[in-house]
Structure formats: C-alpha cells, structure tokens
Design a protein around this ligand. Structure first.
Ligand SMILES: *[C@@H]1O[C@H](CO)[C@@H](O)[C@H](O)[C@H]1NC(C)=O
Length: 324
C-alpha cells in the first residue's frame, strides 16, 4: 500500500487511470451481481405464477351447471367447501358440487363421500344404476369402523384409501418425497447422540391419542419397565413440550419437534390401528430425521420400507422385554 501511494504521488497520471480501471471492474462485478439477483427474482415470480396456474387448472369456473351433458358429481358429505364449479376430471370436464339439490338431476353421475362423515343413515337413496359412489378416506378404521366391513366397502365403485388395492392408493400420503428420506437436514450423528445419553432416554414417544385399537400405550408402559422412554405426548407423558408445540396438529409437522426427536437414537412409531398398508407419519418421521423407528402397525410394512433394516418391527419381537 505504501509503495502504491508513493507511486501515486510521483506518477499521478498513470495511477489515476489505473484507479479508473479498478472502478470499472468493480462496477462491472456489482452489475453482474445485480443482474443475477434480478434474474433469480424474475424466475421465482414465473415459478409461483406457474404454481397458481396449476391450481386454477383444477377449477375452470365457478357457478351453476349450464351444459346439458356435463356430468354432475356431488360431495354428499361436504368436503371441498365449494358449492359448485367446473373442474377437470380425467379427460373430461365435470361439475362438482356439495349441493344435495342436484341429487335427482339426470346429469348426476356420482356421489362422493369423505369417510369420517359417512353415515349409513344419511345416504343418497334410492340409488340409480347410473349413480357411482366414491369413497375418499385417509384414516384408519379407528376413525370410522364401518369401513372394516366388506359389505360397506362393496357400496363403493371407486375408492381412495391407504390400501394398495384402492383405485387411488394414499399409502405414501405422509411422505413428502424420496429426498426427505436421504436428506441430512435433521440428522444428529451417533457420537452426539451418545453424549445426549446422559440427559435423554434412548427412546422417544410422542403420541396424543391414548385410547387406540392397537393399545400402543400398554406396550410402551411395559417396555418402559426395561428401558427408559421419554414421552412427550399426552399419553404416558413424563417430559413436557414447549407450550406452543403441545398441539398435536402443529407437532406433526413442526421442524422444532423434528429437531427434538432427531436427538434420539430410536423413536417409538406405533400406529393407532394395525391395518394393511395403513402407514402414517409415525413411520416416516423417524426415517426422515435419522432416527430408527420401533414400528408397530401395518402387518405388511416391509413392502414399503426403503430397506428391510430401516426399522425395528415389534411384530417380529417376542415381548416388550425382548424389544428392550
Ligand atoms: C357400482 O356399485 C354398485 C354397488 O356395488 C353396483 O350395483 C353397480 O353396478 C356399480 N356400478 C358400476 C358402473 O359398476
């Protein structure tokens, strides 16, 4: 620096032009950064517009069914909160509504039911041959026991449930994408987990529905006799969550909870009921955060696991004592 200053003092002219060159380079670089920044903003705007287009794609327009031939589909149990609109349905355009007044409309082709609200005492009867019934239900039969009955399931021509045999299976509804399984976003290395061992139990349990057909709490109670379990949910609670996270609806998706549970080597992942292909966030959450699930639920869970060793399956263990 000293040398430069000296030179600037003596040969002022050259130094001045050199400095000018540097300014140009600096302005050029700043310019490039600004252009890149603008490009990123523009691309983001285009992308979000595309997303909106995708959403508006499903609703073509709202209103009443004017066409003589448009198939009318009635949400018999209101689900979308949409009283009437034209939407894409497969290759066709259909009119979707939750208005029961269209029940006897000759254009009515299908009745759609959301499982939790399905009641045998409230059905669109008499049923015409041209009336298809369709069931959408992502919950286990704990939510509505009727669907455990073959007779009831036979009422539906189309189903979207967790079962692989359904027309539109929802088995992966709780797994965002493959990348969330490989991502190390929440991962805590085993060396850190070993150190945590002084203050945390090896197992975490976070469940808020304590009265379930699978009776998961009884198992955990027995297991806790042989190995310490930190229980944060409403069931068998022995550790408290921060109050803003105690609502089960928020803690199902909260990154804060993910970070907390990721500190554990094992997470107890018991479904509320043991049904074919009924797999929820209970299984996917530990796998996403890098903790081993101790799993009970779907008897055929192996078919969906990324690897046979991805989870410890309670059904293969003789007793809670053995599991510990
Ligand atoms: C829809 O299901 C009902 C009840 O099982 C049945 O009677 C009817 O034939 C089915 N409709 C079609 C188009 O398959």
């Amino acid at each position: 620096m000293l040398k430069l200053r000296k030179r600037c003092g003596t040969i002022f002219k050259i130094c001045f032009t050199r400095r000018g060159f540097r300014y140009k380079v600096a302005i050029f670089i700043v310019g490039i950064i600004i252009v890149f920044y603008l490009l990123i903003i523009i691309l983001n705007v285009i992308e979000s517009n595309l997303d909106e287009d995708m959403n508006s794609f499903s609703i073509i327009f709202r209103g009443v069914p004017k066409d003589e031939n448009v198939p009318v589909l009635i949400w018999w149990t209101p689900f979308t909160g949409d009283s009437g609109s034209y939407k894409q349905c497969g290759r066709n355009i259909c009119f979707f509504t939750d208005q029961r007044k269209y029940m006897n409309d000759p254009r009515t082709r299908a009745f759609l039911f959301y499982g939790s609200d399905f009641k045998p005492t409230d059905l669109p009867l008499p049923r015409l041959l041209s009336h298809d019934w369709a069931l959408f239900h992502e919950e286990s039969p704990k939510n509505n026991f009727l669907f455990s009955m073959e007779k009831v399931m036979k009422l539906f021509n189309h189903t979207a449930t967790f079962r692989r045999e359904s027309d539109l299976p929802l088995t992966f509804q709780y797994l965002d994408n493959l990348e969330s399984l490989t991502s190390k976003k929440y991962f805590v290395p085993t060396s850190v987990k070993n150190k945590n061992g002084k203050t945390l139990a090896p197992l975490a349990y976070l469940h808020s529905d304590c009265n379930t057909p699978s009776q998961r709490d009884s198992y955990v109670e027995e297991l806790a006799k042989y190995i310490p379990v930190d229980s944060y949910g409403k069931c068998l609670q022995n550790k408290e969550l921060p109050s803003h996270l105690s609502d089960p609806m928020t803690n199902m998706i909260s990154p804060e909870i993910f970070h907390l549970l990721a500190q554990y080597k094992f997470n107890i992942a018991f479904e509320n009921a043991a049904c074919q292909d009924y797999i929820t966030e209970k299984l996917w959450r530990p796998l996403t955060i890098g903790s081993v699930p101790i799993y009970f639920g779907s008897p055929k869970v192996e078919d969906w696991l990324p690897n046979p060793l991805s989870a410890i399956l309670v059904k293969n263990l003789k007793s809670p004592k053995k599991a510990s």
